[in-house]
Design a protein around this ligand. Structure first.
Ligand code: NAP
Length: 505
C-alpha cells in the first residue's frame, strides 16, 4: 500500500500499541481516515523482532492479549514468541486492518506546523500531512549495546538478543553472554546444551521466582472457544491476582521480606554451589528490578560448563573478553542481552513541536507526559506506552488499550466541538507528574535499593506506572478537555483557552 499525501490520523508503528490504537479508532468510527506506517515488512513489533531461543511472554497470555480480540488458541499459559507474532498477524486479518497499514515505511521526521495545524511528516516512502499523530513506536524496540573498549577488534560473531543471528550456529562454540535480565534468563538455558562453554557476565543479580507455566489442553481450549465467558473469567482472575502485586510492591513494602524469603528458598533449592548461590543473591528488594520468572535459569548457572563472571566486563580482544579482574576468556561469539533504551526513545529525536524543538530536547533526559500520553508543546500528538506507563506487575496491553480509549475520546471531543487541535497545558502536565512522583515515593521501584532502567539520566523514575492499573483506566476513560489549549477549526484559527474561552491564536 502507498502512503497517501494527506491523512487525518497517522499511527507510527504496528506492534501491540499501534494495533490497539487503529483497532479502537475504527471500532468507534469505521470510516475514520486512519493510516498506520510500519518500518518493517510485517506487523508485530517486539514479537516480530525478538526471536531468540526460548523467547516468551512473562505475563500470562490470557491477560497479555487484546480484550477485544480474545483467542482460545494459546497452547501455554505463558505464550511463546511465534504464537504471539501469529496472534498479532491474525488480529490484523480478523479486524480487516491490512488496508490501513503501510509497511516498509519508516518515520524520518514529524514537525508541527502551527499555521496549518497539522503534522508535516517525512518517511522513507515520501511525505504526508497528518492532523493527529500517534507515536506507537514501543519503549523496548531499540537494542542497547554498551560501548566496550575493543569491541570493533573482535574477530568472532557479535549480536544482540533482540536481533538474534539465526544463521550462526552456536554448536560447540565458546559463548559469552553479557547481561542477566528478562531476555538472558529465557535464552541461556536454551543454548547451554549446544555451546561447548558458556560465560555469563552478570552485573547485578536478579530475584528469580518460578514460572507457573502449563500447556492448555484441547478440552480447555474448546471450552474457551464455545463459552467465551469462561475465558473472560480466567482473564479477570489473573488480572485481579496480578493487581494484588501492587499491594506489596507499592503500598506495603514491609511485606517484601516474605517475597525475598520465597525467592531465596527458590535459589537455595536450585543452586547447590554456595559460591554461585552467593553471587546470585541480590542485595536489593525484590521487584526493584523486574522480578524474573524462570524454572531453568538458576540451575543452568550452577552447571560445571557455565562460568558466572561477576567482576564486570572490562574490554574485548580479537578472540575474547576480559573481565574487570583482568582475566581473559577466549570466546567465539558474544551475545549482548543488555536491554533497550526506554528513557531515550529514538522517536523523541524525530518529533518537533510548536517551538521547533524536538521532544528529546523538551525532555532533557527525563520524559514527562500528561497521563502518559500527551505533551505540552506538541499539539495533537499522542504517545502510546509513553512516560510512566510501564508496569512491574501486569500486562502492558491493558495500559495500551486504556491509552487507545483516551485518544478515541479525544478524537470524538474534537469532532463534536469542531476543534482542529488540542495541546495539553503545562500546568496540567506538571500536576500529573507531581502526582506520579508522589505516588512513586516509597514504592519498591524508587526505594528498593537498586539502580534500574526505570530511572532516567536525571534520576527520576520516568518509566513506571506507580499504582493499580485500574486507576490508569479510569484516568483515561474520558478525554479531559479542560486541561487542554484548544485550537478551533476556524480559518486562521481562534484559540480557546483551557476554560474553552476563545483567545487569540
Ligand atoms: P534488561 O532487563 O534491561 O537487562 C539488561 C541486562 O544487561 C541487565 O542484567 C544489565 O545489568 C545488563 N547490562 C546492561 N548494560 C551492561 C553493561 N554495560 N555491562 C554489563 N552488563 C550490562 O534487558 P532485557 O533482559 O532485554 O529485558 C528488557 C525488558 O524487556 C525487560 O525488563 C522486560 O520489560 C522486557 N522483556 C519482557 C519479556 C516478557 O516476557 N514480557 C521478555 C524479555 C524482555 P544491570 O542489571 O546491572 O543493569
Amino acid at each position: 500500500m502507498k502512503l497517501q499525501e494527506r491523512v487525518d490520523v497517522l499511527v507510527v508503528g504496528a506492534g501491540f500499541a499501534g494495533l490497539a490504537a487503529v483497532a479502537k479508532i475504527l471500532a468507534d468510527d469505521p470510516r475514520a481516515d486512519v493510516v498506520v506506517i510500519e518500518r518493517a515488512s510485517d506487523v508485530g513489533g517486539t514479537w516480530r523482532d525478538n526471536t531468540y531461543p526460548g523467547c516468551a511472554c512473562d505475563v500470562p497470555t490470557s491477560l497479555y492479549s487484546f480484550s477485544f480480540a480474545p483467542s482460545p488458541e494459546w497452547s501455554h499459559t505463558f505464550a511463546r514468541q511465534p504464537e504471539l507474532f501469529a496472534y498479532l498477524r491474525s488480529v490484523v486479518e480478523r479486524l480487516h486492518l491490512k488496508d490501513r497499514i503501510v509497511t516498509n515505511c519508516e518515520l524520518q521526521s514529524a514537525i508541527w506546523d502551527e499555521s496549518t495545524k497539522r503534522w508535516t511528516v517525512q518517511t522513507t516512502n515520501g511525505a504526508t500531512s497528518a492532523r493527529v499523530l500517534i507515536a506507537a513506536t514501543g519503549a523496548l524496540s531499540t537494542p542497547k549495546i554498551p560501548d566496550v573498549p575493543g569491541i570493533d577488534t573482535f574477530e568472532g560473531t557479535v549480536f544482540h538478543s533482540a536481533t538474534w543471528d539465526h544463521e550462526h550456529d552456536l554448536t560447540d562454540e565458546r559463548v559469552a553472554v553479557i547481561g542477566t535480565g528478562a531476555s538472558a534468563v529465557q535464552f541461556v538455558p536454551e543454548i547451554v546444551d549446544r555451546a561447548q562453554r558458556l560465560t555469563v557476565f552478570q552485573r547485578t543479580p536478579a530475584w528469580v521466582i518460578p514460572r507457573l507455566d502449563r500447556t492448555i489442553g484441547r478440552l480447555e481450549r474448546a471450552l474457551y472457544e464455545r463459552i467465551p465467558a469462561t475465558h473472560r473469567a480466567v482473564r479477570a482472575v489473573i488480572y485481579g491476582y496480578r493487581e494484588a502485586y501492587v499491594t506489596v510492591l507499592a503500598d506495603n513494602p514491609w511485606m517484601l521480606p516474605a517475597v525475598k524469603a520465597f525467592a531465596k528458598l527458590n535459589l537455595r533449592r536450585q543452586v547447590k554451589n554456595p559460591a554461585t548461590r552467593a553471587a546470585l543473591t541480590p542485595d536489593y528488594a525484590p521487584g526493584c528490578k523486574r522480578l524474573l520468572l524462570s524454572n531453568d535459569w538458576l540451575p543452568t548457572l550452577d552447571r560445571p560448563d557455565v562460568d558466572l563472571v561477576t567482576s564486570g566486563l572490562a574490554s574485548v580482544t580479537e578472540n575474547g573478553v576480559v573481565d574487570a579482574s583482568g582475566r581473559h576468556h577466549q570466546v567465539d561469539t558474544i551475545i549482548f542481552a543488555t536491554g533497550f533504551t526506554p528513557t531515550e526513545p529514538p522517536v523523541s529525536h524525530l518529533l518537533r513541536g510548536n517551538d521547533g524543538r524536538t521532544l528529546a530536547q523538551h525532555w532533557g533526559g527525563s520524559p514527562q507526559a500528561h497521563r502518559g500520553t500527551t505533551v505540552a508543546g506538541f499539539p495533537n500528538l499522542f504517545l502510546m506506552y509513553g512516560p510512566n506507563t510501564n508496569l512491574g506487575h501486569s500486562s502492558i496491553v491493558y495500559m495500551l488499550e486504556s491509552q487507545a480509549n483516551y485518544l478515541v475520546s479525544a478524537l470524538n471531543a474534537m469532532k463534536r466541538r469542531g476543534i482542529a487541535a488540542v495541546e495539553v497545558v503545562e500546568s496540567a502536565q506538571r500536576q500529573h507528574n507531581s502526582w506520579v512522583d508522589a505516588e512513586l515515593e516509597g514504592t519498591v521501584w524508587n526505594a528498593g535499593g537498586c539502580s534500574s532502567w526505570y530511572l532516567d539520566a536525571n534520576g527520576r523514575n520516568s518509566t513506571m506506572w506507580p499504582t493499580y492499573t485500574f486507576r490508569f483506566r479510569s484516568m483515561t476513560r474520558e478525554f479531559d478537555l479542560a486541561n487542554y489549549r484548544i485550537v478551533s477549526d476556524a480559518p486562521d484559527s481562534d484559540t480557546l483557552d483551557s476554560d474553552n474561552e476563545v483567545v487569540s491564536a
